[in-house]
Design a protein around this ligand. Sequence first.
Ligand code: FES
Ligand SMILES: [Fe+2]
Length: 393
Amino acid sequence: MDVVAERKPEHRKVTTLAALNANQQAAIRKIPAEVDAVVEPLEATRPNAIFTGQARFDAEQARIFRRFPVPVTLSALLPEPGMVTAHEGYGVPLMIARAKSGEIKAFVNACQHKGSKLLEDCEVHKRGRVTCPYHAWTYGIDGKLIGVARNEAFLNLDKDKRGLVELPAREWGGVIYVQLDGNPNPDWSQLSDQIAADFASLGIPDAHVYGRKTFELKANWKVILEPFLEGYHVQRLHAASIGDLFQDAPNIVDMFGVNIRQVSGRIGYVPAMLDEDPAQNIHKLVTHAYTAFPNCVVVTSQYYTSVMILMPRAAGRTTVEYFMLTPGAPTTDKAREVFARSYELILNVFGGEDFRAAEISQVGLEAGVPRETVYCGLESNIVRYYEALEALL
Ligand code: FES
Ligand SMILES: [Fe+2]
């Protein structure tokens, strides 16, 4: 069912330059013509252990992933009150719901009787309550315990004290962040207002989730992240798919704390193209690539937006959830065909090329080679992002 289209009948088809906020427009105006782009050489390395060592993994868990709120899923997955889904990407069983008020709530997906999971799959359900599969205790999606089977058999059971364990949650530019350790006073300071504003102008909070897919990858989360922070690999790793659409040139980069925005011109770009037609699709000319704190990647394409959340499970293991967002559900055969083809292409590019590169690199890294990874001037955003992350460790 096309819930998003019902809610927003006038949704956009493409994003124009004018639809972007002033800060995004200013960044785009700085992109030089492809022929004028200059690559500054760089000397930078990182030790092997940041991708393979237990010590670094533990430090990231303690100092980043359990200390600050982390992205778990997208607002667009739960567009209507009463929608609820389970999530386990970080190893914590979560239940995420949009309450009657429209507010997002996060709970530990565990029954207060004996701990059973309440929702066992990760599909989206629409219901006002959830019933435990074990002894059928029933909870409202606001977390209240509302029904206990054979209630009279329990002595002194206070239902008010056995509601679901709630975790702080917030929507930020269409991304749902949750404080996994339950700290009731989360430090939201790593989330950037500019990033939230950018995601809103890209239509992420109101988008339609056309497809989503979970990948269990044998690679460190940063090894998976790196290709989304550099253009060096694009014409090489992606030579057979999308390589010839993209410039082999540095992009315009802005950092907002530990959040990074990159924007680059497509092949043959010249700045005058921006003003040729105000109604044109800006993503025919430029590509946005973001990393929102600390592990949420957003990449724009002409007719859809990709969002990925890279959830570390062990030094060499990561769960990636990929979302393909479109402005609305397809309503014509042509749109259905374009979206289906795009979905297949992007899963092949990210899954079959970028994620494959990450997994085969992890094999070498775990064999101890290289002792330190080496970065060039086309990969400088990786180093900038790592410096920002390292400041938190
Ligand atoms: S474990 Fe949930 S009702 Fe018993
Ligand atoms: Fe790539």
